[in-house]
Design a protein around this ligand. Structure first.
Ligand code: ATP
Length: 413
């Protein structure tokens, strides 16, 4: 079964609103064996929308449209669908009753404009909307199953789950799709690509591909088989293979973050951590405390931006800063050691660097960052050059991620 998703709304084509509905629907449809091969985004323009729905009905087995079902003049999807399938709009009693009940429940007066939402192209079924007023619509047109759902993501998701996905899941389409993403940090996409080259051969099942965003490399896998357990089996085998080839470079799967991985390890190993940050200004502490339950492992965070603060709070000798500069291996080392001593944490992380855009020299360019780590065996410092061309925000983000990653790898031992 081949499917297309039509996202309706001028706010989507102008970029004022990000189309998250299409992404969610693609993923959900894949899980019931339907492959989405096209996303179309259309503004609130009746003729264009009607023509788009018509063309998609001709080309696909399933068309799912979201948005444009509201009570205002720019909500045109009902009318466009009626034109596309060549049926008149008629008032649907059940839809009208549901809308009235919705208003009664909220103790609000029924507005006449909402009556328009009870208009349904003849031959279409309505899908109850428990969270809003706009009912969804579904119909069979030629060989195509058409679904129209509201644009508001929460309404759309609830209704898709109760109608579309349930119906398609029950149909057992003969093809199941399972997807996974494995997340990596610390190596380039090219390095990872080389190690996974044979798995990435075009046409292979599961298909394996990589994408890079904000220094995190995601390995996406899609497995197809005649039923869900077989697809899952294929996928699991590939996940295990990828994980074994990449080792410690993999920090998680799906929606994991580096801090999730660090938090898991800290909790598992019953270890505590404290941070001493300069150029990251508290980013690491922020991310470590983003996780519920972080009070079990996070003790304290210092933002020691000035030289004075480094000395006063962490005991970094002023002569050391004078001799090597605040951005130096020795200072990163002293910050981590000092932080551990002051807080009594099992582990301390320190960061000192030049986030730019000014302040760089030939010897110490923008993007130079030292990250220190101290535990009961002593301390280590690593030097990184994130690149002078990167904007300040990215250098700080990269420094925070790298520090979390070093902490993660340290905890793996
Ligand atoms: P309702 O009657 O409940 O408003 P609707 O079908 O008329 O439903 P729209 O008016 O098209 O919905 O959209 C309402 C809001 O939902 C938009 O302003 C936007 O915030 C969000 N929205 C619409 N389409 C999408 C989409 N594809 N992805 C994410 N958000 C969306």
């Amino acid at each position: 079964m081949r499917a297309c998703i039509i996202s309706v709304g001028t706010e989507l084509v102008t970029g004022q609103c990000l189309d998250t509905n299409a992404a969610w629907l693609s993923e959900q449809l894949a899980s019931v064996g339907v492959e989405v091969t096209e996303h179309v985004t259309v503004g609130d323009q009746l003729q264009h929308l009607a023509a788009t729905i018509r063309q998609c009905i001709d080309r696909f087995d399933l068309v799912v449209a979201t948005g444009g079902l509201g009570p205002t003049r720019d909500d045109l999807t009902r009318e466009a669908l009626a034109q596309a399938i060549g049926q008149p709009l008629v008032e649907n009693e059940e839809a009208l009753r549901n809308i009235k009940v919705y208003f009664q429940r909220l103790q609000r007066p029924f507005i006449d404009a909402n009556r328009m939402q009870a208009l349904v192209p003849e031959g279409c079924s309505i899908i109850l909307n428990r969270r809003g007023t706009a009912p969804g619509l579904s119909c069979q047109s030629q060989n195509c199953l058409v679904y129209v759902l509201p644009g508001v993501p929460a309404e759309m998701k609830a209704m898709a789950e109760e109608s579309l996905l349930r119906q398609l899941g029950a149909r057992a389409t003969g093809q199941a799709i399972r997807m996974a993403s494995v997340l990596c940090y610390g190596k380039s996409e090219a390095w990872i690509g080389e190690l996974l080259e044979d798995l990435m051969t075009p046409g292979r099942n599961p298909s394996v591909g990589t994408t890079a965003k904000d220094a995190i490399i995601t390995i996406r896998m899609v497995a197809r088989a005649i039923n869900p357990p077989k697809a899952q089996q294929l996928l699991d085998a590939d996940i295990a293979e990828v994980r074994s080839r990449l080792g410690k470079v993999v920090f998680g799967q799906g929606g994991d973050t580096l801090q999730d991985a660090v938090a898991r390890l800290l909790m598992e190993k019953h270890r505590t951590v404290a941070t001493a940050e300069s150029c990251t200004g508290g980013l690491i502490a922020n991310r470590l405390t983003d996780i519920p339950g972080s009070s079990t492992y996070f003790l304290q965070g210092f933002v020691t931006y000035s030289n004075q603060a480094k000395s006063d709070r962490l005991g970094v000798p002023a002569e050391l800063i004078e001799r090597d500069g605040a951005v130096s291996e020795a200072v990163a080392h002293a910050m981590a050691e000092g932080c551990r001593k002051v807080t009594n944490a099992d582990l301390a992380v320190s960061v000192t660097g030049i986030a730019g855009p000014s302040g760089g020299t030939t010897e110490k360019p923008v993007g130079l960052v030292y990250i220190g780590l101290a535990d009961d065996h002593g301390g280590t410092v690593k030097r990184f050059l994130f690149g002078e061309q990167l904007p300040r925000r990215e250098i700080r983000d990269r420094a925070a991620k790298t520090a979390l990653n070093l902490l993660r790898i340290h905890l793996l031992h």
